[in-house]
Design a protein around this ligand. Structure first.
Ligand code: PLP
Length: 493
């Protein structure tokens, strides 16, 4: 494709993308295709001769789009919605056009320097204290692909810091702490590092939050066994129910265990820190006091298209001591002098995308106020949905909020009629599984996912798509109520 053809195809592509967004609401939320459908429709080998782009684009419309589940659909309430903005899409387009792996400052000074600037903007947006800012010269922020990568990187640095201080402690003694609600990435990171992961049990009575006393008991037990916990993942906004670990209590306990690296994973909920009124509940003062590292994803609720996970550390040398391995071919005058950041030394891979550009575009396009308005809207709409569930007129069906609403996440279940105290959890679960199956069959209109909290089967309703408004909450409520009536009718037969 030459420049002329690219110009034509590019204009046409933008037109098609605009048409896609214009007609999003008319599409089924979930792709209505069967497994294996695309492989049957495509040739088994790449073409011998190049094809004109129009044919490829036609096939994209005809074959690929029907197999897409529309995460930007206003009735997408599954997982954590990941709102995309046109500013972000354009940022990625420019970034792709430069295709710059930016691992050393000299690879493209603007890639490195914009990242540092944007990470300081974001740190200020979220109220992270100065130690975490790049400008402090001490800590700083780096953009990664995912929260899983950020946690793994933090734990690699934590392990290295611990081993440097205690070279004689055998690896099998090292333990990473999380909770039974920590994202599975904690267990995965431990598996990758060949270390133990200890999920501390958190309970419904504490809204699944990790409390200081639980941590203290576990630390004392492990100390008696000669084990060495060296890293702890605390979560602000767990995946299943949006639980918030008590970072203040955790931090106070960890004062007696200064070798433990406290990584705060706020992959989904961290962006609420942009709104001052949520900073206390989201534990900002404690994060600022105690966290060794902090991560949130702009690519979840933060208006930036995947991938854009942001990690801040209090001590950048913790990362570089573990990850700065510099062969001759990567050495540069600027890097050697220490005058610049070479972000390859803050991360696991060498190459990296120019992700700062799309965050910069979004923050400039929305401004702090626009960003805050988006977060507040999500929280308000989730509350609106929770209000529907709790209407006093809901006699049959009746619903229960299994945990308190957490920002824009509502976790609920359907209650059977009559006296529930007589009923086994498994019986109520069976009703809710049948109910969820009915909701799943409405996949053209709504997308929700289920979860288990202890042994309670629940349904998650997560708000966040940029185009979701009160009318979509109303539409979702209608379906949720209708299917609840249907499920109860079947159940009572
Ligand atoms: N942490 C939490 C609380 C999450 O909810 C998720 C994903 O939903 C993750 C981590 C993992 O995110 P990523 O896909 O960026 O690795």
């Amino acid at each position: 494709m030459d420049i002329k053809k690219f110009r034509e195809a590019g204009y046409a592509a933008i037109d098609k993308i605009c048409d896609y967004y214009g007609s999003l609401e008319t599409k089924p939320v979930i792709a209505q295709v069967e497994p294996g459908w695309l492989s049957k429709a495509l040739p088994t080998e790449a073409p011998q001769k190049g094809e004109p782009f129009e044919r490829v684009e036609e096939d994209f419309q005809k074959l690929i789009l029907p197999g897409i589940t529309h995460w930007q659909h206003p009735s997408f309430f599954a997982y954590f919605p990941s709102p995309v903005t046109f500013e972000g899409i354009l940022g990625d387009l420019y970034s792709s056009s430069l295709s710059n792996p930016g691992f050393n400052w000299i690879c493209s000074p603007a890639c490195t320097e914009l990242e540092s600037v944007v990470m300081d903007w974001a740190a200020k947006l979220f109220g992270l204290q100065e130690e975490f800012h790049v400008a402090s010269g001490k800590g700083g922020g780096v953009i990664m692909s995912t929260a899983s990568e950020a946690a793994l990187t933090a734990l690699v640095a934590a392990r290295s810091r611990f081993q440097t201080k205690y070279p004689d402690v055998p690896l099998e003694k090292l333990v990473i702490y999380g909770t039974t609600q920590t994202h599975i990435m904690g267990k995965k990171a431990a598996a990758i590092l060949g270390l133990q992961f200890r999920p501390l049990k958190v309970i419904k009575g504490d809204n699944y939050s990790l409390r200081g006393k639980v941590l203290k008991k576990a630390l004392e037990e492990d100390q008696r066994k000669g084990l060495k916990p060296f890293g702890l993942i605390a979560t602000i906004g767990t995946t299943s129910s949006g639980a918030i670990d008590n970072v203040e209590e955790i931090g106070q306990i960890l004062r007696d265990y200064p070798d433990i690296w406290l990584h705060v994973d706020a992959a989904w909920a961290g962006v609420v820190l942009s709104c001052p009124e949520y900073r206390d509940v989201a534990q900002l003062p404690a994060i600022n006091k105690y966290a060794t590292s902090f991560c949130t994803n702009f690519h979840k609720w933060g208006l930036v298209n995947f991938d854009a996970s942001t990690l801040w550390v209090r001590e950048r040398t913790d990362l570089t001591n573990a990850l700065d391995l510099t062969p001759e071919y990567l050495r540069t005058k600027h890097g050697d002098s220490g005058a610049v950041i070479d972000y390859r030394n803050w991360q696991l891979p060498l190459g990296r995308k120019f992700r700062a550009l799309k965050i910069w575009f979004v923050l400039r396009g929305f401004g702090v106020e626009g960003f805050q308005a988006h977060i507040r809207k999500g929280i308000k709409l989730a509350q609106l949905f929770a209000d529907h569930l709790q209407l006093p007129s809901n006699v049959s069906p009746r619903f229960e909020l299994v945990t308190p609403v957490s920002f824009s996440l509502v976790v609920f279940r359907l209650l059977p009629p009559g006296d529930r105290s007589e009923m086994a959890t498994e019986e109520i679960n069976e009703l809710n599984k049948a109910y969820f199956a009915r909701l799943s069959a409405r996949s053209d209109s709504i997308f929700l996912v289920q979860t288990l909290l202890d042994d309670i089967f629940c349904i998650r309703f997560a708000v966040g798509a940029e185009r979701t408004g009160p009318e979509h909450i109303g539409g979702a409520w209608k379906i949720i109520k209708e299917e609840a009536e249907g499920a109860l009718e079947e159940w009572s037969k």
